[in-house]
Design a protein around this ligand. Structure first.
Ligand code: BES
Ligand code: MN
Ligand code: ZN
Length: 505
């Protein structure tokens, strides 16, 4: 599908479908009012008859509306006018996309992008409308058989135009379109990788996809560290997890260095656990299949790099994905085992299922040593406790740098890919003391609570020298059995804001 931004009158569009909003209490938007006027009250009539009450997310498709040049006019319910906020805007656009998918329309012009949202501009409107639409149109059919795939009907919609009120709004709309297209590409890649099952999406497969990314984008350079190289670096924590699996681990490094030469990069470090059975501290069978999503932090690194390469953003970013499985064999980690991390900190592994922090600590040390990043952000499906704390709405955010936390929270609000900050107070350091090693990989005191904070506290031991943030995406990286592509939009928005701020300075 191709997207466009235009500025024109709703009644004059020669397209298969024109989309206009109506608030509840039969109160039409300007575009709906225009159509109503030229059609001698076609919209007022259906509302009076009770076929469209303006409830948020409801839709009604009208055919051959008099006075217009369009085959169809779609009414989209917007709810109460005074409650119309960012979430409602996304819902209305998603509803329009779902209804559009049910029609035979090959092109459409939407006037939902005219709707004013407090503190937002037309760049935001177009961007969010496009992202909401792509969310609806995404499918994952890679694992279906040949027959099924042959019968898949591609969407009929080929051209989708978001209208803006004035010609002077076009540049803002175009910017929103370009940014959102790149974000959507990144999100789709993160979803594809996340949805792939563990037997196909192995560490070796991810490494191969990283090489492909470098082949597609000349700005991206890939370096893959294998087991021997990790041994040389002393990554005893990461390698201890990998030992329990026959799949060789990979440390995937992707460099995108298009910013000023002397500027230190932003490091994005992702947990790429391609399947987490828990190891000897094995997980219960119910929903264990979902542990194929334990590489979604890594997938978000792939997605973010794709998006910024598409946008040719003038920034320095290095993506690092620690990829391995957490399984069980005769060599697997055992509770009580003690390993030495790359940082030299020894770790007592009291629960082999707390493996994410074991692979991340070495990846974070590598980022610090190799790149001295200006900022380091890790993304990980780290703890079930984070799902308990925040559910699937917000990712958990931890940071040792308040300005970085603020920038990430703001990027989350702006993109709709939100995070919520949890504390990283030194009071929690006590909890990971070990009887025998420098630290333990789970809490040994302080009770069983605050699991997401304990995970972050562990990682913080390895990131003291960096401006660092940790996103626990355990509740947000997938919902139901589907990868969400989060937090790609948050990260891309953060980098866009960073690049824009630099331009001002
Ligand atoms: N990948 C899991 C975390 C997870 C669990 C994410 C459920 C999403 C849904 C992680 O490796 C893990 O197993 N964490 C343990 C840590 C515990 C042993 C301290 C957990 O959360 O139970
Ligand atoms: Mn685990
Ligand atoms: Zn895990």
């Amino acid at each position: 599908m191709e997207y466009f931004v235009k500025s024109g009158n709703p009644e004059k569009q020669r397209v298969a479908c024109v989309i206009v909003g109506v608030f509840d209490r039969r109160s039409p938007t300007d575009a709906a009012e225009t159509i109503d006027r030229v059609s001698d009250g076609a919209i007022a009539t259906v509302m009076r008859r009770g076929d469209m009450d303006g409830k948020l997310g409801s839709t009604l498709v009208l055919h051959n509306v008099a006075g217009t040049f369009a085959d169809r006019v779609m009414l989209v319910g917007l709810g109460k006018e005074r409650n119309f906020d960012e979430a409602a805007f996304r819902k209305a656009n998603a509803a329009a996309a779902r209804a559009l998918r049910q029609t035979g329309a090959i092109d459409a012009v939407s006037y939902l992008t005219h709707l004013p949202i407090k503190n937002r501009d037309f760049q935001w409107n177009v961007s969010q409308a496009l992202l909401a639409t792509e969310e609806v149109f995404y499918r994952f059919d890679e694992c279906r058989g040949a027959k099924f795939r042959e019968e898949i009907q591609p969407p009929k919609l080929e051209r989708y135009t978001f209208d803006v009120p004035r010609r002077s709004d076009l540049p803002a709309g175009e910017r929103g379109l370009a940014e959102a297209l790149a974000m959507a590409k990144g999100v789709a890649l993160a979803k594809d990788l996340g949805n792939l099952p563990g037997n196909l999406c192995t560490p070796t497969y991810l490494a191969e996809r990283a090489r492909q990314l470098a082949a597609q984008h000349s700005a991206i350079k890939t370096k893959i560290l294998d087991k021997a190289e990790m041994e040389k670096l002393g990554m005893g924590a990461l390698l201890s997890v990998a030992k329990g699996s026959s799949q060789p681990p990979k440390l995937i490094v992707m460099e995108y260095l298009k910013g000023p030469k002397n500027e230190k990069p932003v490091a994005l470090v992702g947990k790429g656990l391609t399947f987490d059975a828990g190891g000897i501290s094995i997980k219960p069978a119910a929903a264990m299949d979902e542990m194929k999503f334990d590489m979604c932090g890594g997938a978000s690194v792939f997605g973010t790099l794709t998006a910024i390469a598409e946008l040719k953003l003038p920034v320095n970013v290095v993506g690092i994905v620690a990829a391995t499985e957490n399984l069980i064999n005769g060599e697997a980690n055992k509770p009580g085992d003690i390993v030495t991390s790359m940082a030299g900190i020894t770790i007592e592994i009291l629960n082999t299922d707390a493996e994410g922090r074991l692979i991340l600590c070495d990846a974070l040390s590598y980022a610090e040593k190799e790149y001295e990043p200006s900022v380091c952000i890790d993304m990980a499906t780290l703890t079930g406790a984070c799902v308990v704390a925040l559910g699937s709405v917000a990712s958990g955010l931890f940071s040792n740098t308040p300005a970085l936390a603020r920038a990430l929270l703001a990027a989350g609000e702006q993109s709709g890919d939100r995070a919520w900050e949890l504390p990283l107070w030194p009071d929690y350091d006590e909890n990971i003391k070990s009887e025998f090693a420098d630290i333990a990989n789970i809490a040994t005191r302080g009770g069983n609570g605050g699991g997401a904070i304990i995970g972050a506290t562990f990682l913080h031991r390895f990131t003291r020298k960096m401006k660092w943030a940790h996103l626990d995406i355990a509740g947000t990286a997938w919902t139901g059995k589907k990868a969400s592509g989060r937090p790609v939009t948050l990260l891309v928005q953060y980098l866009l804001n960073m690049a824009a701020k630099k331009e001002q300075d």
